[in-house]
Design a binder for this molecule. Structure first.
Ligand code: MF3
Ligand code: CO
Ligand code: CO
Length: 251
């Protein structure tokens, strides 16, 4: 069941979304060669707490840290670690979810560390553009599958692949609500959009030809590309309106 948010809930979602966006802005200058992802985790956790909010990932189904940090071939759900030190040429997705006054805001972006290979820069900029294409397809009265259709159409020409194993999600009082948002075209998303629906658009794009992913058997969280190729991701939380979708996690 997809929850239609009330005006009061939407106001709270705007505040939670804005704070999640602020966490990403805050962390940006720290994302440099030599920093560990654990340091980034600590900084984001502290900032979130100081703003009266809770880091949603911490203890979520046993997740051990406050943000997800996914480097290079890690698709999503990377666990911050003192052992993961960013180096020149890396890309890292930082995924921030906060709970403010009982409501969630969820956003991520892929950062580039130092001099990144031009092919990888292209993957990152195109993945961000794919997210915005998907968001632009959202409007009350349309079907949700327009999101996946728009992303697929844009991505097709690059020879990349769109991860299908994970998707976007409704969000509100709960971190993950209905609907499950696919980033490829599928009749499973033949769901009529209504004003007041709130969900994420968060495409994961692999540079290689395989959309297959694997989950670490060591930590049960870290998702990597099966072929070892680089993967990028961007995410916003959005509100369906009668016009353009409102991006709640804008920076
Ligand atoms: N923030 C992720 C998402 O976009 C979910 C992370 S779940 C966690 O849905 F447990 F790994 F934090
Ligand atoms: Co997220
Ligand atoms: Co999400």
């Amino acid at each position: 069941m997809i929850i239609i948010k009330t005006a009061e809930e939407i106001e709270k979602m705007r505040k939670a979304g804005a704070l999640a966006g602020q966490v990403l802005s805050y962390i940006e200058p720290y994302v440099n060669e030599g920093v560990s992802t654990l340091e980034l985790d600590n900084l984001c956790a502290e900032f979130t707490k100081n703003h009266g909010a809770i880091s949603a990932p911490l203890n979520y189904h046993g997740f051990p840290k406050s943000i997800c940090t996914s480097i290079n071939n890690v698709v999503c759900h990377g666990i911050p670690s003192v052992k993961d030190i960013l180096k020149n040429g890396d890309i890292v997705n930082i995924d921030v979810t906060v709970i403010l006054d009982g409501y969630h805001g969820d956003t991520s972006r892929t950062f580039m560390v130092g001099d990144v290979d031009e092919k990888i820069v292209n993957l990152v900029t195109r993945t961000e553009k794919a997210m915005y294409r998907g968001i632009a397809a959202v409007k009350a009265g349309k079907y949700l599958y327009e999101v996946g259709r728009a992303i697929e159409k844009y991505i097709a020409k690059f020879g990349y692949s769109i991860v299908q194993t994970y998707g976007g999600h409704g969000i509100g009082k709960d971190f993950h609500e209905d609907p499950h948002v696919l980033h490829h075209f599928s009749q499973h998303n033949k769901i009529r959009l209504k004003e007041g629906m709130i969900f994420t658009v968060e495409p994961m794009i692999n540079m290689g030809q395989s959309n297959q992913v694997e989950t670490s058997t060591t930590d049960d969280w870290t998702v990597t590309t099966a072929d070892g190729s680089i993967s990028a991701q961007f995410e916003h939380t959005i509100l369906v309106t009668s016009g353009e979708a409102e991006i709640l996690t804008a920076r």
